[in-house]
Design a protein around this ligand. Structure first.
Ligand code: KIV
Length: 288
């Protein structure tokens, strides 16, 4: 790919105004960020989903700011021109506006992020407004919000009944009013996503919420068969890297055991005269 310019908010809004879809993926490490940058992915979310996909927790709740900053730094190094979003982990913004601003600031100052994302609707509007007032772009996240999975009844579609759908539509308007530059809708019915997209004046990004949004997000590990516990319906699998890696690992184990690995091209040699000198030196030292 020819070198691309830094993705900025004006770039994202220009695309939005032109009605061109925005691309977004999750990413947690340097090599994957490098590949996403090469592929032209515009927005990269360093999601707290890394707690499950990379760290092996049962949920996102144990993820800390230290985890997020370390991974966001690696992603920034791998994807210097992408719009990198730091996902605010559990209890780093819920307690107060001040805490939300301080932790959002850490993503910007310590990890070089372009923006942050937090979960929740009207109850989080003052956190969004505070972060935005501090000069930090903030993305909202509605629908299935994994940090609240317990109170939402698990990882399930949200807004299937009229009252909850209306609440999500209203929440989207409230977050926009609070200053969110974009909103992610996760596992919301397609028609509700369309309604929100038509009413909004900011980009709406869909994760499993259908084709009418202004952009699409997928979880990288779901796209490539890298998360063994479950595969959500919304995740299109673009390749089974998990299977490729497993086959390679099995072959490695077999080759080490039958001594067909390593071959001469896999090790380093020493010239005869240097080796003779090593033996002579050792002999001298050992017979002193
Ligand atoms: O942490 C994450 O990756 C997310 C997505 C599920 C949207 O928040």
């Amino acid at each position: 790919m020819a070198e691309r310019k830094k993705i900025t908010l004006p770039y994202l809004y220009d695309k939005y105004q032109r009605g061109e879809p925005i691309t977004m993926l999750t990413c947690y490490d340097y090599p994957t960020a490098y590949l996403q940058e090469q592929a032209g992915v515009e927005m990269i979310l360093v999601g707290d989903s890394l707690g499950m996909t990379v760290l092996g927790y049962e949920s996102t709740l144990p993820v800390t700011m230290a985890d997020m900053i370390r991974h966001a730094q690696a992603v920034r190094r791998g994807a210097p021109t992408a719009w990198v979003i730091g996902d605010m982990p559990y209890m780093t913004y819920q307690a107060s506006v001040e805490e939300a601003i301080r932790n959002a600031g850490r993503f910007m100052a310590e990890a070089g992020c372009d923006a942050v994302k937090l979960e929740g609707g009207r109850e989080m509007a003052d956190r969004v407004a505070g972060i935005v007032a501090a000069g930090i772009p903030c993305m909202g996240h509605l629908g299935l919000t994994p940090q609240s999975a317990s109170s939402l009844g698990g990882f399930r579609v949200q807004g299937r009944d009229a009252a909850r759908a209306v609440r999500i539509v209203e929440d989207a308007a409230i977050l926009e009013e609070a200053g969110a530059y974009a909103i992610l809708l996760e596992m919301v019915p397609d028609r509700i996503c369309q309604l929100i997209t038509e009413r909004a004046h900011i980009p709406i990004i869909s994760l499993g919420s259908g084709p009418h949004a202004n952009g699409q997000l997928l979880i990288f590990h779901d796209m490539f068969g890298l998360y063994p516990r479950f595969k959500p319906k919304m995740a299109k699998v673009y390749g089974n890297a998990g299977e490729v890696i497993l086959n390679g690992l099995k072959q490695y184990v077999a080759e080490v055991q039958d001594r067909s690995f390593p071959q001469p091209e896999h090790w380093f040699t020493l010239k005869d005269d240097v080796y003779a000198e090593v033996l002579a030196l050792l002999h001298d030292k050992e017979n002193d």
